[in-house]
Design a protein around this ligand. Sequence first.
Ligand code: GDP
Ligand code: IMO
Ligand code: MG
Length: 499
Amino acid sequence: MSGNNQKLSEILKQHQTLVVVGGNWGDEGKGKVIDLLMGSFDIVARFSGGSNAGHTVFTPSGLKIVSHQIPCGLAQNKICVMSRGEFFNLKLFLQELEETKKVLLQSDDPHPGPLPEGKGAKKLADIYIDQQATLWTPYHSLFEAYIEATRDERKIGTTNKGIGPLEGVYKLRLSPLVGHLLDEKLLSHSIHALYKVLEPSLASLKGLDASIKIPLVEDVVRELLQDAPKIKDFINDSSFFLYQSLKQGKKILFEGAQATGLDAWWGTYPFVSSGNSVATGASLGTGLSMDNFPSTILVAKTLPTRVGNGPFPSEMWERQAAMAFTKEHPDLFTKGAARDGFLSANLEKINSGKASAAEISQYFQVLGDERGATTGRGRSIGYLDIPWLQYAIRINGPKYIALTRFDMLSGVKSIPVVVGYKHHGQILPPGKLPAAWELGDVEVVKENWPCFMENIGGISEADKLPTPAKEFLSKLEKHLGVPILLVGTGPGREAMVVR
Ligand code: GDP
Ligand code: IMO
Ligand code: MG
């Protein structure tokens, strides 16, 4: 065990449970943090989101796995629980399972090895899916397309996975559920009931675009029933399973998806996802009482990003331009001379104070390969945003912070950091935000913070961080009032400092 891991497991000894949540607008590196933490836990349970999430982990031998619905725990063959708070898409789940299995089989890592399959094994792997989780049908995604079409220029910019309708239809008490897959009558009944209500909207959608196909209910039911036997042994009462596991002394890591800014209640509504992404979502989504969740780790991205639409106070450039830039320059997002030349020219401009907002944003977009793990869309990038994080800390009450992508500041002389939001001429107190529809209008107050000229990429020992990097972290910690336990120094498995 490396010194780093030993230090971490000492700290984690005291936690039977730990909740991991995103502090910004997603893609903070929750997957990587979970991958590092899960060595000290028996079970990884997802409590929110669905196929809209994309969590990247690497196997020890460096193979990449992007998990969408399945908890990241599968990469280390931990027991994986998909609880009631998670939206379930059967087709994409099976696809993801196959893809993950392929990667794990390729890998020559000593730990998880291939998943036991067939040969008397009761389950493909230790994956459990809650019997009462909401079940996706094509109607959810078609309904979403219809809603987005009606929003004109106020589109959410969703991942098109039907997430809004999955939550909405559930609250309307019209949702097909995972357990219905095991009973043809129940399944058919619930999908018919849903279709009846959505039919006029789906017809309107077809009116907007005649090429769209609306499948027959019978076909939807038949397809689901065809695949249902493949997950029959996974379906359980996940809440009771988790409850019993805790009673037996098992340690559980709760994997959040999306982030504070995308939480349906506490994010930048309506530009949010539809699940309960903040820490309290762990209790809601799993059905475990609140006293089971004393500790949370908030994953914050040194330079936050956003895909889709909605307010982003510390954004460096413009959303549409930043997203289009990624699409238009695939060469810069591939390793090679073009990328290297682009990065060194832009860094020089940044350090001489001559870079435009566009050039600063483009530098960090390319450096961080900021493309969505689920949709491949370009991510727009912002400056480190302290008032936003103070809000995220108020909402999630974390014990620790994991600051990812700190290596992005390597070689940068200094960087603007947002230290306050001014609203109607007044600086807002820490933890306070204006109403969501006014967040885009706040005036951000920036300070220039010195960075570090050394490349910290891949460093895993706290002592090896250069002094200015340590000073940056201590200063940030003072503003946030929460210890920064983990500091990301690269995408690889070992590239994390435990402080
Ligand atoms: P998640 O959705 O929060 O799990 O994050 P994603 O996997 O969608 O995106 C995070 C991206 O950042 C992935 O490509 C990770 O490999 C990468 N990453 C995570 N931590 C670090 C870090 O500390 N430094 C760098 N350079 N990349 C990181
Ligand atoms: P992870 O877990 C980043 C964004 C979408 C859109 C909004 C609503 O990988 O951090 P939805 O399809 O959920 O209805 O889209 O939320 N979004 C994410 N952005 N990371 C994610 O997940 C996201 N999940 C949803 O881009 O703006
Ligand atoms: Mg992601």
